[in-house]
Design a protein around this ligand. Structure first.
Ligand SMILES: O=C(O)c1cccc(C(=O)CC[C@H]2O[C@@H](n3cnc4c(=O)[nH]cnc43)[C@H](O)[C@@H]2O)c1
Ligand SMILES: [Zn+2]
Length: 353
């Protein structure tokens, strides 16, 4: 069971503050955000799948022995997304959940290769996510943007297909802002993806690969050097390299920290051993994110509560984390100013109660 991951120790008042705090989420996966209700609905639609239809059984199914097991389970959920309507439903429901958590802006990591290789028409796929994005903004007020990621383990064929989908002007969706690299790192060296990142960057996309989640700091250096990373997904092992921490701090390359994810995939042993404190101490820009929240038995509120405990933060400190995410986002300046002001107003009102 993953429920033990939920941080019950945050004071009730701080939890209430977090619940109302306007936030930005920069590292959250599309399929990995499918709620137990959506997963069981999709599993019931596709009974040939081994994914349980019972939400209770899903908690056990979403308990991982290691990162490789996590990816195996993740792919079984990917297999449930078979039609453009599945894609639209999932995207819209993810936005609803983000809005519930006062997320004003989110960059959602989507792996289009996984859908197109399963036979979903590429045009219909783009229309489905864009339709959900526009509906979510109109109905919930949450602005969504996309990061298309290469599923690393699927190799250069996946890299080529993802790059094509991200850079072809006839296909590229309006909401696309960045280009990523996910999946396992062990046995999947970052430098091989350089030509694909070069093309994506030339097409105006920002570079946000996962790195240092399950391998050492050299992978983070590779992501910076070869993939020209502007933010790093996880970057957990950066804590082992003081020069790297200094580089990240100096160049304001933010880390997308997802504490509970790192425990659930067993990349880090316990929350108390999480290197977030070292990041903050070194002056690295830390952003707090949820990664694959239902699979890890968490949500963004819980991740902020975890961060508050690990970093010893009060309301102002939490507001600072929320502002870090806005600042490190790829939102335009007017949007950044709007959300930052909202965070400041909310915090000032809360503290003057
Ligand atoms: O879709 C396929 O057919 C396929 C075939 C081979 C390999 C893959 C992948 O590598 C998919 C991995 C997928 O996992 C996503 N993800 C979600 N959470 C995380 C995370 O914490 N760290 C790394 N990757 C993560 C990611 O979006 C990848 O695309 C697929
Ligand atoms: Zn991730």
């Amino acid at each position: 069971m993953t429920e033990h991951l939920v941080d019950a120790q945050a004071p009730r008042d701080l939890k209430a503050f977090i619940a109302g705090l306007p936030k930005a989420e920069l590292h959250v996966h599309h399929v990995g955000s499918a709620s137990p209700r959506i997963v069981s609905e999709l599993a019931a639609r596709h009974p040939d799948s081994k994914v349980p239809t019972d939400p209770e059984a899903l908690a056990d199914y979403f308990t991982f022995t290691d990162f490789a097991h996590f990816i195996e389970v993740y792919l079984s959920v990917v297999d449930l997304i078979r039609t453009p309507e599945d894609v639209r439903l999932l995207t819209y429901e993810v936005a609803r959940e983000l809005a519930r958590q006062q997320v004003r802006y989110a960059e959602l990591t989507i792996t289009p290769f996984s859908s197109t290789r399963r036979g979903i028409d590429e045009r219909a796929f783009m229309d489905a996510i864009e339709d959900a994005r526009k509906a979510a903004e109109a109905e919930f007020g949450t602005v969504l943007r996309w990061c298309f990621d290469i599923p690393g383990e699927a190799g250069l064929e996946a890299a080529e297909e993802t790059t094509r989908l991200a850079t072809d002007d006839r296909l590229r969706p309006e909401g696309l802002v960045s280009f990523g690299l996910g999946g396992p790192e062990i046995g999947v060296p970052r430098p091989q993806f350089k030509p694909y990142f070069d093309r994506a960057i030339a097409a105006g996309l920002h570079s946000v690969p996962h790195a240092g989640e399950t391998t050492g700091p050299e992978t983070v250096w590779d992501a910076l050097t070869h993939l020209r990373a502007e933010r790093i997904g996880h970057g957990t092992s950066a804590a082992q390299d003081p020069k790297l921490l200094a580089h990240l701090a100096e160049h304001r390359i933010a880390l997308e920290v997802c504490p509970t994810s790192n425990i659930a995939t067993r990349a880090v042993r316990t929350l108390d051993e999480h290197p977030i404190k070292e990041f903050a101490r070194a002056g690295v820009v830390v952003t707090i994110n949820s990664d694959d929240p239902p699979m890890f038995g968490t949500d963004l509120h819980n991740e902020y509560a975890v961060a508050a405990r690990l970093l010893g933060l009060d309301e102002r400190g939490l507001a600072g984390l929320a502002k870090n995410a806005v600042e490190a986002s790829f939102l335009d300046d007017a949007g950044k100013t709007r959300i930052t002001r909202e965070i400041d107003t909310y915090t000032a009102e809360w503290l003057s109660r």
